[in-house]
Design a protein around this ligand. Structure first.
Ligand code: NDP
Length: 369
């Protein structure tokens, strides 16, 4: 029996049971003005593999609690209701989830469905007046991403993206060291992101649902990582695609892409995104006075790493637990994360991914500014 977990669960329930106070919310968000400001009450949409991990991790959250479910599979809803004690009135399907607008017991919806579905689902949640958390990639193009940002702005709700590494302790230590100049002038970043994908019939290999291939799913970690490790926005990209299995990786589904980026300071990045090689989860940041290395760099952890000063020893905490507590702080208390996790941040990644695909297709250097 995990007593700490039980204790935390009871504490979370106790704080939810507090009377709702009519305090003006620090976030200034009209949809949260009557919230007690303590615990973000979340419904998860799409009860698949990653959602299961998020739900388990949320058991240990102090400031976020799973209270609702949105699914196309009635049997999953029943199982999850039993497992997490979810009330029937907080359960929806993909046809009726707009009705969440009339449910005062749900503050936010966390969209964890296949990539190409995020755009419409996020906009529907925003139009229902609920806070939105969405998995990466937020959409399947920068155009989609911008429409999602605009819809959430118009509805006056937050749009946060599941960039769990932005809260990871060793990653944040490297960012602190870089900001304090401990690596000197940054010159180079290498990001390697990949694994061998299995079942050829899964949605990740279906362009209509995935929006692409490895780049959308795993390469995005090197795209996003290059930005938070270097601490600048890239100004150009070049890219080369290779495909060894035309049956598994059909038109529009990338298997392997190598890409390079240039940054305003003159720093450069060299990255690999693949669905056909294992053991690729590594970041390396080089400066004139030192370096940082993370391997694994973006897996579920523990993340391992070292710098020129020695090993990184920050403790591992389940990424999704930290992420959801921090996101509750952003939404309920107006907290500012060290590395942004908002929709605009995701649009920056999507613009780079659009440019990488264009560079790979045309064999040209694509300018981003
Ligand atoms: P899964 O296939 O395991 O789950 C997706 C779920 O979405 C399904 O179980 C289903 O739930 C729902 N769904 C709705 N429509 C469809 C459809 N047409 N086809 C398939 N599923 C559908 O995927 P993951 O959980 O691995 O990935 C979901 C999202 O999470 C992706 O965007 C992915 O990139 C992201 N992700 C993020 C990770 C991270 O570390 N941040 C890690 C892994 C994934 P139901 O039956 O309840 O409707």
């Amino acid at each position: 029996m995990d007593t700490r977990r039980d204790f935390l669960r009871k504490m979370a329930v106790a704080s939810i049971a507090l009377p709702i106070l009519s305090i003006k919310h620090k976030s200034g968000n009209k949809n949260l003005q009557n919230h007690n400001g303590q615990v973000l009450r979340v419904a998860i949409m799409g009860l698949g593999g990653y959602a299961s991990m998020v739900a388990e991790a949320m058991r240990d959250c102090k400031s976020a609690k799973l209270v609702g479910l949105i699914s196309g599979t009635p049997s999953k809803i029943k199982n999850w209701q039993r497992k997490y004690g979810i009330a029937e009135k907080n359960c929806y399907n993909y046809e009726n989830f707009d009705e969440v607008r009339n449910n005062p017991d749900i503050d936010a919806v966390y969209v964890i469905t296949p990539n190409a579905l995020h755009h419409d689902q996020v906009i529907r949640v925003a139009n229902a007046g609920k806070q939105v958390i969405c998995e990466k990639p937020m959409g399947i193009s920068a155009k989609e991403g911008q429409e999602m940002v605009d819809a959430c702005k118009k509805a006056n709700v937050h749009l946060l993206v599941g960039y769990r590494m932005h809260f990871e302790a060793k990653t944040l230590e490297i960012i602190r060291m870089r900001n304090e100049g401990e690596f000197g002038k940054i010159s180079f970043f290498q990001g390697l992101s990949g694994f061998v994908i299995g079942d050829p019939t899964q949605w990740r290999l279906n362009k209509a649902l995935a929006g692409g291939g490895a780049m959308m799913d795993i390469g995005i970690y090197s795209v996003n990582g290059s930005r938070y490790m270097v601490g600048e926005e890239p100004i150009w990209v070049t890219a080369q695609e290779t495909k060894t299995d035309l049956n598994k990786f059909k038109e529009g589904v990338d298997e392997t892409i190598q890409f390079q980026m240039g940054f305003p300071s003159g720093a450069v990045a060299s990255c690999l995104s693949t669905y056909n090689m294992n053991n690729l989860d590594r970041f390396f940041l080089n400066g004139m006075d030192g370096f940082a290395e993370l391997q694994p760099s973006t897996g579920y952890g523990p993340i391992e790493g070292r710098t020129h000063k020695g090993p990184l020893t920050q403790p591992h905490i389940t990424h999704q637990t930290v992420q959801m507590d921090e996101m509750a702080g952003i939404i309920l208390k107006g907290k500012k994360p060290i590395v942004p996790v908002d929709g605009e941040e995701a649009v920056k990644d999507l613009k780079i991914i659009d440019a990488i695909y264009l560079a790979a297709r045309t064999g040209t250097k694509v300018n981003l500014v």
